[in-house]
Design a protein. Structure first.
Length: 323
């Protein structure tokens, strides 16, 4: 019998150790998962709780107390952030989240001796600012109605989406934190875009930035201005490619980059496209408002005009040759 009891005891102890190890491993996996998520795009993680809007002046809130219908009341927050409730009186709730307001009212009921263990519920019925403002590089800037919480991409879609000149940066400002805008990068990578699709609540302001533009002029097939995509990352060769390449008469070793300076005249930087194309020189990273000028070679132009004349003569002979 003693041997049996001892065996049962050892079995129970072994089972407890196995369960403890399993729980420890599970906790370790949770911790590791949290660290992995925190290593996602800075400032935005999947474990980050959704922003909870704070109660503000003009909001309509509903206060309910479990099993005490006499305390149930819908009240609008005054300009000085106060609400007035039966038997409780005035309470300052502006700047608090609904959960914080619930705790405050519960403590108030206890302090006044009205209830021993109150269960208070506070719900936002109506925000003073029901809309969200969307401006910047969107197709239809304006204020859009928003009831409850939505996501950033939803609101940008409501504004018709981004314009072709839109940049990757979006600035989101919450009504309760007007001096702390959040800088969000909308990446083309779907996995990163998931983290950037943060919640948006009524009263928020969204500004979509404008992308940088570089200009290519001179001896190229399609001169013009080109939007810098992918976080304003563009090089000289990429800009030339967007301009559909250079003309046969272009003087590649005499190209120039004209760059604005904060003070003083623009800076002129020589570019040897022949060396860049042959990897003998590094490709140059461009900045917003840069201008690439590819001149035409006088000798090449004269030769090219002569070749065109010869081709025209030959073509004419072929057409009018008598048979």
């Amino acid at each position: 019998m003693m041997k049996l009891d001892s065996a049962i005891g050892w079995s129970c102890l072994l089972l407890q150790l196995v369960i403890a190890c399993g729980i420890g491993r599970a906790l370790g996996q949770d911790a590791a998962g949290s660290q992995t998520l925190e290593a996602s795009p800075p400032g935005i993680t999947a474990t980050q709780p959704a922003f909870e809007p704070l109660i503000g002046a003009g909001d309509l809130i509903k206060v309910s107390v479990f099993e005490a219908p006499e305390f149930d009341h819908e009240v609008r927050v005054s300009a000085d952030g106060m609400i007035s409730l039966p038997l409780i009186g005035e309470v300052h709730v502006a700047g608090l989240s609904p959960v914080q307001a619930q705790k405050l009212l519960e403590n108030t009921l206890i302090d006044k001796g009205l209830m021993r263990l109150p269960q208070v519920s506070v719900m936002e019925k109506e925000y003073a600012t029901q809309g969200v403002s969307v401006s910047g590089e969107v197709m239809k800037p304006g204020v859009y109605p928003l009831l409850g919480s939505r996501r950033l991409l939803d609101v940008i879609s409501m504004a018709g989406g981004k314009t072709p000149k839109a940049g990757a940066e979006v600035f989101l400002t919450h009504r309760d934190l007007p001096v702390q805008p959040i800088n969000i990068t909308l990446s083309n990578d779907p996995s990163k875009l998931f983290f950037a699709n943060v919640p948006v609540v009524p009263g928020d302001t969204i500004v979509v930035s404008k992308a940088g533009i570089v200009y290519v002029v001179g001896g190229v097939h399609k001169p013009g201005g080109f939007v810098m995509e992918n976080g304003n990352n563009m090089t000289v060769l990429q800009a030339i490619a967007l301009a559909e390449g250079y003309n046969p008469t272009a003087s590649l070793d005499h190209a120039r980059l004209i760059r604005k300076t904060p003070q003083g005249p623009p800076q002129e930087i020589p570019i040897d496209l022949n060396k860049i194309l042959s990897s003998a020189a590094p490709d140059i990273k461009l900045e917003d408002d840069d201008i690439i000028y590819v001149p035409n070679s006088a000798a090449k132009s004269a030769t090219h005009r002569a070749l065109e004349s010869i081709l025209q003569v030959v073509t004419g002979m072929a057409i009018y040759h008598p048979f």
